[in-house]
Design a binder for this molecule. Structure first.
Ligand code: SF4
Ligand code: SF4
Length: 93
């Protein structure tokens, strides 16, 4: 049986900057994420960035349109041939 190369979405969590572009691009609001602000002052200058805590995909609603994959500037979302669960959730440890 032929595999569907676009059967589900894969999150590359280490690439995700929590920029929210995919969340805003999704036409059916099936993506959610939680993040927290991290502040680094080790270089003597105050630098802040968002750290991803949770990312979820509701496959009951997802239309597999690919807008989220296309808009991500950091290649943190990819297509996968794995059959999707009803709901995908990634959490930081
Ligand atoms: S593939 Fe489309 S519908 Fe599914 S999460 Fe991405 S933008 Fe939303
Ligand atoms: S667009 Fe990419 S980097 Fe931005 S929140 Fe979505 S997956 Fe993460």
């Amino acid at each position: 049986m032929a595999m569907n190369p676009r059967a589900s979405l894969e999150l590359i969590a280490e690439n995700c900057t929590s920029c929210m572009l995919c969340i805003r691009a999704c036409p059916v609001w099936c993506l959610e994420l939680d993040a927290h602000l991290e502040v680094d002052e080790s270089s003597g200058r105050r630098r802040s960035s968002l750290a991803l805590d949770r990312f979820s995909i509701d496959y009951g609603t997802c239309m597999m349109c690919g807008l989220c994959v296309d808009i991500c500037p950091f290649e943190a979302l990819e297509w996968s041939s794995e059959l999707p669960p009803t709901q995908f959730e990634w959490r930081s440890e």
